[in-house]
Every structure is written in structure tokens, then in C-alpha cells.
Design a binder for this molecule. Structure first.
Ligand SMILES: [Zn+2]
Length: 166
């Protein structure tokens, strides 16, 4: 499994809800976790691994505290408060930082890796991470948060790189 990067069309696709959790889903979650740690990311949505399903994994402080993979399936934001403007990067948009508008405080519900309903209360970096991953599940990238001009510059940079590598 490799990280899918821009401009792969799956990143623009709205992910399908997960209707049952079987062995394939457990395997997918495990592979996504491995891929995220291997890529030094703090979050990874399934479409970044080539699967358009509503699931993402995250682990904010594994470098300090050891690995503890969190999973959220079919997430819904229940409450979002206080505007902030963080700077975000994305494994699928290499060498790019975007200033986004997010909420600092979040309540989210969904299912855990075993299909059990969970509620998550998130602040600051965790809240931003969850909003970033939910964006992915809706087919939205950090590139969609920046100006047309900045997006086009990045697009051209990537096109040049792709031509060179061909
Ligand atoms: Zn991302």
C-alpha cells in the first residue's frame, strides 16, 4: 500500500459509508495504520490509501508516547466551535502548506474499529486533524482551502515533476 497523492481522482471522490465491519475492514485499518506510521503522518483517510470508504486513522503523539492507533468510521460532526486558522500539510499533497479555517473545539460521533458507537471530544490539533480527515472523506483537500492562484501554482509544479519523472 502506498500513499495516493494529488492529482489522483480518488482524492476528489466522496467516500461511501461503511455498512458492516468484517475482516477486510480490520485488514484495511491495520494497513492504513502501518502506512500512516511509515509516512510519519498523524492521520490518514482511506481514500489516501486508495479505498473510498468512510474510515480514517489517527495518532497524534506516537513519537512521544508510543503507538496507539485510533480509528473513526462514518464520522459525523455534532458540534464545532471557535474559529482558528492553522497551517496544515497533507501526505497526499507533498511539499505544500495551507492556511485553513477550522474550528478549535469539536464533538464527533461515529464507530470505532469494532463497529461500536463512540463520541470524541477534540480540541486544538486533534480537532484540526479530525476536520482534515473528514475533509478527505468528502473529497476535499487542503488545496481546496487556498486561493485559485496558489492552487494553480501547485498544480503546475506537480505537472512539471510528473513530466520529468516520466
Ligand atoms: Zn491529508
Amino acid at each position: 500500500m502506498e500513499i495516493v497523492t494529488y492529482p489522483d481522482p480518488i482524492l476528489k471522490k466522496k467516500a461511501e459509508p461503511v455498512d458492516h465491519i468484517d475482516q477486510d475492514m480490520h485488514d484495511l485499518i491495520e494497513s492504513m495504520g502501518e502506512l500512516m506510521y511509515r509516512s510519519s503522518g498523524i492521520g490518514l483517510a482511506a481514500n489516501q490509501a486508495g479505498v473510498a470508504k468512510q474510515v480514517f486513522v489517527f495518532d497524534l503523539d506516537y513519537r512521544e508516547k508510543g503507538r496507539n492507533l485510533n480509528v473513526l468510521i462514518n464520522p459525523t460532526i455534532v458540534l464545532a466551535e471557535e474559529k482558528i486558522e492553522p497551517e496544515e500539510g497533507c501526505l497526499s499533497v507533498p511539499d505544500f502548506l495551507a492556511k485553513t479555517t477550522r474550528r478549535r473545539y469539536l464533538k464527533v460521533k461515529g464507530l470505532d474499529g469494532n463497529g461500536k458507537p463512540i463520541d470524541i471530544e477534540a480540541e486544538d490539533l486533534l480537532a484540526v486533524c479530525i476536520q482534515h480527515e473528514i475533509d478527505h472523506l468528502n473529497g476535499t483537500l487542503i488545496l481546496d482551502h487556498v486561493s485559485h492562484l496558489k492552487r494553480n501554482l501547485y498544480k503546475r509544479r506537480i505537472e512539471k515533476l510528473m513530466k520529468r519523472d516520466r
